[in-house]
Ligand binder design. Structure first.
Ligand code: IPD
Ligand code: CA
Ligand code: CA
Length: 279
């Protein structure tokens, strides 16, 4: 990868995300219609999710036909270039359906498994979170920085829930242990935007077990380039459910990482295996 490639990938992702966000906004006029359900009756997909992903894939592969692409709503596409795009065409689909202005187009570009360029574009508000590895992250062109971490008892923590009822019951039990130990909890509804909120200093941390790469790929770079640490650790719930492969996704300002992770271990979010931080 040449030194200027992250910036070029970021600029392409931003052009494509702007086009997809316009489509997503346009399709919501008059209300979003649910096209199908996936893992459970509350895991919905709209026509706009599919149209947005089709558009993003088409535009990226027109510009860079040798790249690989993985997205939430389509089949994996494999190419020889070494660059893999990771797409969530709408992150926060339930908010989209209800008209809550917290849903985003998320596009990350990975090289050798690490995100090197990222765009998370809130399609409702137009706010653009953008990052390139080593070049920092911005919101609408202004550089982002995490907030200094207060003591744990004064931290505002973002979290999320999956769509399976057994998973949700386990997640709720962990949140019940965490809530009395921190300032408060927010469940905003978009993992990608949650990571951007940590980056911009509007939250002190994020934790959720089970999000997929398309949920966190772009947002993880926006967060780390703003001074956060990001990790995929063994999930406590995975151990309880006897499932391998589920990870707990954690982000926090670097100065608040160690005690946050220790607290999450006490509350059962993190499993007993030694943590394997990826960023
Ligand atoms: C969901 C959102 C949500 C998180 C879920 C994700 P979707 O993605 O990111 O905040 O809690 O785990 O599945 O379904 O809206 O693309
Ligand atoms: Ca998602
Ligand atoms: Ca989605």
């Amino acid at each position: 990868m040449t030194a200027d490639e992250p910036a070029a990938l970021r600029d392409l992702a931003l052009d494509v995300a702007r086009e997809a966000a316009a489509l997503v906004r346009e399709r919501r006029v008059g209300g979003a219609t649910v096209a199908d359900t996936k893992s459970s009756s509350v895991d919905v997909v709209t026509e706009a999710d599919r149209a947005s992903e089709d558009l993003i894939r088409r535009r990226l592969l027109e510009a860079r036909p040798d790249d690989s692409v993985v997205g939430e709503e389509g089949d994996d596409h494999s190419g020889p270039s070494g660059v893999r795009w990771v797409i969530d065409p709408i992150d926060g689909t339930v908010n989209y359906v209800y008209g809550l202005p917290e849903y985003a187009v998320s596009i990350g570009a990975e090289v050798a498994g690490a995100t090197v360029a990222a765009v998370v574009l809130n399609a409702a508000t137009g706010t653009e979170y953008v990052a390139a590895r080593g070049l920092g992250s911005t919101r609408d062109g202004v550089a982002l920085r995490v907030r200094p971490s207060p003591p744990l008892a004064q931290r505002l923590v973002l979290t999320g829930f999956g769509y399976r009822t057994d998973v949700r019951a386990g997640q709720a039990a962990r949140v019940a242990r965490l809530l009395p130990r921190v300032r408060d909890i927010r469940r905003m509804g978009s993992c990608a935007l949650d990571l951007c909120h940590v980056a911009e200093g509007s939250a002190d941390g994020y934790v959720e077990e089970g999000p997929n790469a398309w949920d966190w790929s772009a947002g993880s770079l926006v967060a780390t380039e703003a001074g956060a640490r990001f990790g995929l650790l063994p999930g406590g719930l995975a151990a309880e459910l006897g499932e391998t492969g589920r990870k707990v996704v954690i982000a926090a300002p670097a100065d608040g990482w160690d005690d946050f992770v220790a607290l999450l271990e006490e509350c059962g979010f993190v499993g007993r295996n030694p943590p394997s931080e990826v960023e």
